[in-house]
Write a new protein. Structure first.
Length: 125
């Protein structure tokens, strides 16, 4: 299941990205892909393939996103800890699934924000 193992991140500044890269290298983490706002309309599966179909007419939410694709539980735990150590601003953590891989980046982020709000509204932290 390590095939195409990647961790995708969005919403981090250049300094944070460099710190993340350094920590990922130190801990032998899977490949890191940086997502930019101009990829909002792209499907997750296309981003994972390394494609860049850029658009400039869609604005992504002001959020941080960390997506795990085909990552072992051990590396997911390590990745979450690294991302928490980088900043106290909580990112959205998610696993790429057979369903979500066909969603656009914007749709996935909107869906995850809606899901997070549901948990908050229903008393979960």
């Amino acid at each position: 299941m390590e095939n195409n193992s990647k961790i995708l991140i969005y919403g981090y500044n250049e300094e944070e990205i460099q710190r993340i890269k350094d920590l990922f290298n130190k801990h032998n983490m899977p490949t890191l892909l940086i997502i930019n706002e101009n990829m909002a309309k792209m499907k997750i599966c296309d981003i994972l393939k390394g494609l860049e179909i850029l658009t400039y007419d869609v604005k992504l939410p002001d959020e941080r996103l960390v997506l795990f694709n085909n990552i072992t539980d051990k590396n997911v735990d390590k990745g979450i800890q690294i991302m928490k150590d980088i900043s106290n601003k909580k990112p959205i953590f998610a696993q790429v699934t057979p369903v979500s891989q066909n969603w656009s980046l914007k749709y996935l982020m909107d869906h995850m924000i809606e899901e997070r709000q549901w948990y908050i509204d229903n008393g979960y932290k």
